[in-house]
Design a binder for this molecule. Structure first.
Ligand SMILES: Cc1ncc(C[n+]2csc(CCOP(=O)(O)OP(=O)(O)O)c2C)c(N)n1
Ligand SMILES: CC(=O)[C@@H](O)[C@H](O)COP(=O)(O)O
Ligand SMILES: [Mg+2]
Length: 634
């Protein structure tokens, strides 16, 4: 299915306005059909069809700059800017990115993936525009979920102060990924839905106009009455008080109304916030009925709405969620804290079972971290359930409020390693590097889902400060669960395959890859040990010393940034102990951003394969390349 009338950027403006409505429905059908094969962020994009059409019809992209917050809802923007034919490759390796991507189009002026950056970016572009004396429009499109992100408030504060000309379109569909939370959400609900609130607004304004202009004390009182009436009754007064002109709420599926509103906003000096109300999943019943599930969906059957995802073993996330319930049944100190990812973090069942012990703070990772620190100091056992990539937002709070206080916070770090289709903005490959150097931090990664459970028990019983376990966005291996959960000795690695003069120190899922490499080496007559390096901090220093003393050549394998990873930690250990005879090779994620595709493709691109590991070990043992390098006979 193609949309011939909008094949090229700019085609849209050639259409008469009355053709936009039917075009909107065609675009909806296009999205439903294409994403049934590729998967993706269907619900969010179905909700912004009219909004995106209106923006592209009223403004001149790329001269006028559209800045999409998160950028997961930019598929319509991509269709309107000449990329509809690439949708069969959406989120595939070397295919169309699922987020805004500057290398794809000049119309993609700002990339994201992480939430709440659009207002800061819009302000930066508006300030640059004014300093250069240019006159383009700057339009930020931010969702009600993204508006709960702290940096959005930082930007609102600055924008309202500087009063630059820019347009903020607040796309309010009452949903984050899950139902949205927070006081801002409650405020928007009142503005959005209180019919009395809106009807009274006109009465209030006409009443205010009737108050005669009178002198003296009474006049000042009358003014105060006017202000408090306005404060109580005029929607959007919160934004008005922050220095914005507020317009709304506007029906986000009413194209003529949207275009009239944007044109109206063009004549207003200073920052304008247009509050648009949309339905997430609009136009596809299964997505409208459950936009949480259909926020990010895998391929599905259009008629039934059934996803085609193969069953497979339980995901690590599911094992985490079910084990946390098991532990929480026995220990009422456990509370789960999630920054807006209850579903993705596997906590929905936990929330049902323990509604008072499940805390969704909205998109607020920094707040979540410090909240956990304080709860730990009061004797609770807070479990900070967070994706590796989103935890990057809370680095200072982890240093300053959790580790420095040596608070008993448990980090449940999901999506650790490559994540696949979400690509470079979501790869969970930096947390080893940014956690292992913080004093008091203990960090683990299990080789399988059974060991994850033991790590959870270990973390719960550990009372010497912060401790975390990281696990990947993959199915478990299908190993049986031990009936009794046991503590793993802190800092202990596990040899899972005995070998001779070489060993692969592998992290998490790389243990399986290392075992496959050992099998390949066996055929070359090389017996490699495989070690489950399940503690990223502290290291198993006894094992490292013994391996070096026995002259065992080492390869460290980790699906994490090579810079700052376990390999570096091993080298630092040997160097700090003066163990100069240790020979270590490292196989980790190279110093570049790994784009979207499958996890397997991302591992291959990074060289994290059994074949590559076997070659590196063979080189070390036979000295082949060293021989070549030194010109010695191979
Ligand atoms: C810092 C950060 N935390 C969490 C996420 C995960 N995330 C992606 S989209 C989303 C919800 C966004 O809600 P909203 O802005 O309302 O957009 P909608 O999908 O409703 O249009 C969340 C929490 C993220 N992208 N970035
Ligand atoms: C856009 C965004 O950040 C989230 O929707 C993210 O894509 C969720 O990732 P998972 O699909 O791994 O839960
Ligand atoms: Mg929303």
């Amino acid at each position: 299915m193609l949309l011939p009338q909008i094949n090229q950027p700019g085609d849209l403006k050639k259409l008469p306005a009355e053709q936009l409505e039917p075009l909107a429905q065609e675009i909806r059908q296009f999205l439903i059909e294409k994403l049934s094969a590729t998967g993706g962020h269907l619900a969010s994009n179905l909700g912004v069809v009219e909004l995106t059409l209106a923006l592209h019809y009223c403004y001149d992209s790329p001269k006028d700059k559209f800045i999409f917050d998160v950028g997961h809802q930019a598929y319509v923007h991509k269709i309107l800017t000449g990329r509809q034919e690439k949708f069969d490759t959406l989120r595939k390796y070397k295919g169309l990115c699922g987020f805004v991507k500057r290398t794809e189009s000049e119309h993609d002026v700002w990339e994201a993936g992480h939430s709440s950056t659009s207002l800061s970016a819009a302000m930066g572009m508006a300030m640059a525009r004014d300093l250069k004396g240019e006159d383009n429009k700057v339009v930020a499109i931010i969702g009600d979920g993204a508006l709960t992100g702290g940096m959005a408030f930082e930007a609102l504060n600055h924008i309202g102060h500087e009063k630059k000309n820019l347009l903020v379109v607040l796309n309010d569909n009452e949903m984050s990924i899950a139902p949205n939370v927070g006081a801002m959400h409650n405020y928007l609900s009142r503005v959005r839905s209180d019919r009395h609130y809106l009807r009274a607004k006109d009465d209030v304004e006409s009443l205010i106009k009737k108050i005669p202009a009178i002198g003296g004390k009474l006049a000042r009182t009358a003014e105060k009455v006017k202000d408090s009436l306005k404060y109580m009754m005029v929607p959007g007064v919160l934004f008005e008080e922050l220095g914005f002109k507020y317009i709304g709420p506007v029906d986000g599926h009413d194209l003529p109304k949207l275009m009239e509103t944007f044109r109206q906003s063009d004549n207003i000096d200073g920052p304008v916030l247009v509050h648009v109300v949309t339905t997430k999943g609009k136009g596809y019943k299964p997505a409208e009925a459950d936009s949480h599930k259909w926020h990010g969906i895998s391929p599905y059957k259009i008629e039934s709405g059934k996803t085609l995802k193969s069953a497979g073993n339980p995901m690590y996330t599911e094992v985490f969620g079910s084990t946390l319930i098991e532990l929480a049944e026995q220990d009422e100190r456990i509370v789960a804290v999630t920054p807006a990812m209850p579903g993705g973090s596997g906590l929905m069942a936990f929330a049902e079972r323990f509604p008072k012990r499940m805390i969704d703070v909205g998109i607020a990772e920094q707040h979540a971290a410090t909240l956990c620190a304080a709860m730990a100091m009061e004797g609770m056992k807070p479990v900070f359930a967070v994706y590796s990539t989103f935890m990057q937002r809370a680095y200072d709070q982890i240093v300053h409020d959790i580790c420095r206080h040596n608070a008993n916070v448990i980090f449940a770090i999901d999506r650790a390693g490559f994540v696949g289709a979400d690509g470079e903005t979501h790869q969970g490959v930096y947390d080893i590097a940014f956690l292992r150097h913080i004093p008091n931090m203990v960090l683990m990664m299990p080789k399988d889902e059974n060991e994850l459970r033991h790590m959870m028990k270990t973390s719960l019983d550990y009372d010497k400060g912060p401790i975390g376990f990281r696990y990947p966005r993959v199915n478990g291996l299908g190993v049986p669960f031990d009936t009794e959960l046991k503590n793993i000795p802190i800092g202990s690695w596990e040899t899972v395959r005995e070998g001779e003069n070489c060993a692969i120190l592998a992290v998490g899922p790389m243990v399986q890859t290392a075992l496959a490499a050992a099998e390949l080496l066996k055929s070359s007559g090389i017996q490699a040990s495989v070690v489950n390096a399940r503690f990223l901090k502290p290291l198993d220093e006894n094992m490292l010393t013994d391996l070096a003393d026995r002259g065992v050549k080492l390869l460290v394998m980790e699906e994490a940034s090579q810079a700052g990873g376990l390999g570096g930690a091993v080298l630092e250990f040997y160097a700090s102990k003066g163990i100069a005879h240790a020979e270590v090779r490292i196989l980790g994620v190279p110093d570049c951003f790994i784009e979207h595709g499958s996890i397997k493709e991302q591992q291959q691109e990074s060289g994290l394969t059994a074949e590559n590991a076997a070659d590196l070990v063979r080189e070390a043992v036979t000295g082949s390349r060293l021989a070549l390098k030194a010109g010695l006979p191979s």
